[in-house]
Design a protein around this ligand. Sequence first.
Ligand code: ITT
Length: 205
Amino acid sequence: MPAQRERIRVVVATGNPGKWAEIRAILDGAVFDVCGLDEWAPVDFPEEGADYATNAILKARTVAHHTGELAVADDSGLEVEALDNAPGPYSARYGGEALDDTGRVAHLLQALKAVAPDQRRARFVCVAAAVSPDGRTITARGECPGQILTAPRGRGGFGYDPIFQPAPHDRAMAELSSQEKNSLSHRAQAFRALANQLPTLAPPP
Ligand code: ITT
């Protein structure tokens, strides 16, 4: 009889509590044993580059080295058509390092002040990466199309969720339950695709 496989231990490499909650909910279950970084000494994430995949791999690789475990990370952002797809990979620092989520939302609304409701198309993008302690790497991408609202709505999620209305909903992302967000989000799509490939990086039983 084949030996039953133990659940695969996966460390989530993020300092963003909103992301951590979402990734844990997406991966948790029969196959993966999902843990955060609090079991280990604090780790500095490397400086970020100009594209999602490079950044996601860098974060996961740093944590795989630091912990000796299979690590996953994501790099994500909001691409606004009327702004030539900005802020994109720079979404976390849009408007300057001093701003928090509320400040970045206000900054984006200001930048789009003169843009009509039917010209406010946007999408969330997420690239998820997994890196094994011996350096093997996989990535997967997810996208969630929608539009930027003219004022914040809702209290759920994080980041730009109060001003992003995913298609085909008539509610802001921040007005959806966490289950609803995980049924359609860029992060859920990326991590579900990654999860299908993750067993190939697991240590042998
Ligand atoms: P880690 O690098 O520690 O994971 P971070 O917040 O710095 O956390 P990113 O560099 O990937 O992560 O930045 C992504 C930013 O894009 C994030 O801070 C939000 O402002 C925005 N963002 C990404 N996904 C989002 C989502 O699901 N809802 C709202 N905003 C999101």
